[in-house]
Design a protein around this ligand. Structure first.
Ligand code: SF4
Length: 292
């Protein structure tokens, strides 16, 4: 990090000038909050790059992600949603901050989604937690021996993942679930840094949906993986093994239809289809009961 951007005080002052009215204040006691008041805040794309690259652990990375304010439209949206709320959650406090990667710190399996849901992860502070997609996803992970509980309702509910981690290509809930290309690119260094920190143990990545699939390949190429050209075509159960540079362990990338409400209601993706993907992913990680 350069000296000009290492000024935590300056960033914190700028953060304090615009208090988080609706969002949870870092270090204020929210369960599983990875950040503290001292966590540096990125407010530009350049600062995202610098803070992501300088994070020395997934915990530090998650903390920095969770206070990021680099995309003005998404910052406004996530905090607006946190203030206005959905009627069903009117009595709840919303997280209202970026939703960082969550799960095992040294996973063999990474599950990559698009972005947190406005009233799901943006409410609970944990990715895929508190919405219908997450309900279907966690149930499958539990049936496949990858999660401790069949549900993930709220941060601090005791849920754990076994040798698995989940994250999103864009860390903030976007309007209509559609981040812009600029927002995707601004957020990409967080994912790049997460992959770099995890790669020593990582064996499998499951991409939930086409957006996640597309977002992953440039990151793997940047890490030195031999990404095929043309890039593999997304599909449910599509599987590609990519070799790593220097004889390091190869990575298997698996496509999976997103367990969105629309996909599950229409039968485009079923419990059996999800179980097939996650059962396969678990087998590829080589996880055994003893390792859990
Ligand atoms: S989308 Fe990513 S880069 Fe943009 S504000 Fe959220 S965490 Fe920061």
């Amino acid at each position: 990090m350069t000296s000009s951007t290492a000024s935590r005080g300056r960033w914190l002052v700028s953060e304090e000038r615009r208090p988080l009215v609706a969002a949870v204040r870092p270090g204020s006691g929210w369960p599983e909050d990875p950040a503290t008041e001292a966590t540096p805040v990125a407010v530009t794309a350049g600062q995202v790059r610098e803070l992501a690259a300088a994070a020395s652990s997934v915990g530090e990375l998650a903390a920095r992600e969770s206070v990021c304010r680099a995309c003005p439209r998404l910052v406004s949206w996530r905090e607006e949603v946190a203030a206005s709320k959905r009627r069903a959650f009117a009595g709840e406090r919303y997280w209202g901050r970026p939703v960082p990667g969550w799960g095992d710190d040294k996973p063999r399996l990474l599950i990559l989604g698009l972005a947190p849901a406005a009233h799901g992860g943006n409410r609970t502070g944990r990715v895929f937690t508190g919405d219908r997609s997450g309900d279907v996803l966690f149930a499958s992970l539990w049936r496949c021996g990858l999660a401790a509980q069949p549900t993930s309702v709220t941060a601090g509910d005791g849920q754990r993942l076994f040798s698995a981690r989940m994250t999103a290509a864009v860390r903030c809930a976007p309007p209509a679930n559609k981040p812009t290309v600029a927002e995707r690119d601004t957020c990409a260094p967080w994912l790049a840094a997460e992959l770099a920190l995890l790669r020593a143990e990582l064996r499998v990545v499951v991409c939930l949906g086409h957006f996640a699939w597309q977002a992953l390949w440039p990151q793997l190429a940047a890490l030195g993986y031999a990404v095929p050209r043309p890039r593999p075509v997304f599909g449910h159960g599509a599987e590609t093994v990519v070799a790593a540079a220097g004889g390091a362990r190869p990575l298997t990338v698996i496509g999976c239809y997103h367990p969105s409400q629309q996909n599950t209601f229409t039968g485009r993706v079923t419990d059996a289809m999800l179980d097939a993907v996650f059962g396969r992913a678990r087998a590829l990680t080589g996880a055994t009961a003893a390792e859990e």
